[in-house]
Design a protein around this ligand. Structure first.
Ligand SMILES: [Zn+2]
Length: 143
C-alpha cells in the first residue's frame, strides 16, 4: 500500500495513515496514524491495557449488559459453547473450579435423589431391576 510519507501530506490528502520509514520512539518501523501514533505502539498498548482490564472486577452495568446480550442471542451463545473444542471446555471448567472452590458439583446428589424417588414409587419386586435398567439406559446399553 502507498502511504503518504509525511503527516502534513496525510492531513492534506485526508489519509488515515502515513509512513515515514523511520523508527518511532520505541523502535518500530511501521505506519503511523495521522491523528495518533505508530500502529505497532497502539497494538502493544492495547495488549497491555487488555491484560490490566482482565484483572478488574466487572461492574454491575457490565454484568447486566452480558445478561442482556445472552437473552437476545441465546441460541447463538449456546451454539458457540457447544462448538467449542473439548480441551477448551475442560480448561474453562478447571479454571472455574480453581476460582470458585466453595461451589460444589451437586448434580450427582440430585440424580441420586431422583432415582430414590422413582424407586420408592415402584413395588419392591421391580425395584432392583428398574434401577439396573436405568443405569444401563444412562450409559447407553439397551435391551
Ligand atoms: Zn511504535
Amino acid at each position: 500500500m502507498n502511504y503518504p510519507t509525511t503527516r502534513e501530506e496525510a492531513k492534506r490528502t485526508g489519509a488515515k495513515y502515513y509512513f515515514t520509514n523511520k523508527p518511532c520512539t520505541r523502535g518500530h518501523v511501521a505506519p503511523r496514524k495521522t491523528k495518533g501514533c505508530c500502529v505497532e505502539c497502539m497494538k502493544e498498548d492495547w495488549v497491555t491495557d487488555n491484560e490490566r482490564r482482565k484483572t478488574l472486577p466487572k461492574s454491575e452495568a457490565s454484568k447486566a449488559a452480558g445478561r442482556r446480550y445472552y437473552e437476545r442471542n441465546k441460541d447463538a451463545v449456546i451454539a458457540r459453547a457447544a462448538a467449542r473444542p473439548i480441551e477448551e471446555k475442560r480448561r474453562h471448567k478447571d479454571n472455574y473450579k480453581k476460582e470458585n472452590p466453595e461451589v460444589i458439583n451437586t448434580s450427582w446428589i440430585k440424580s441420586k435423589n431422583e432415582n430414590i424417588a422413582i424407586s420408592a414409587s415402584m413395588t419392591s419386586n421391580t425395584l432392583a431391576v428398574t434401577s439396573f435398567s436405568r443405569y444401563r439406559l444412562r450409559i447407553g446399553i439397551f435391551g
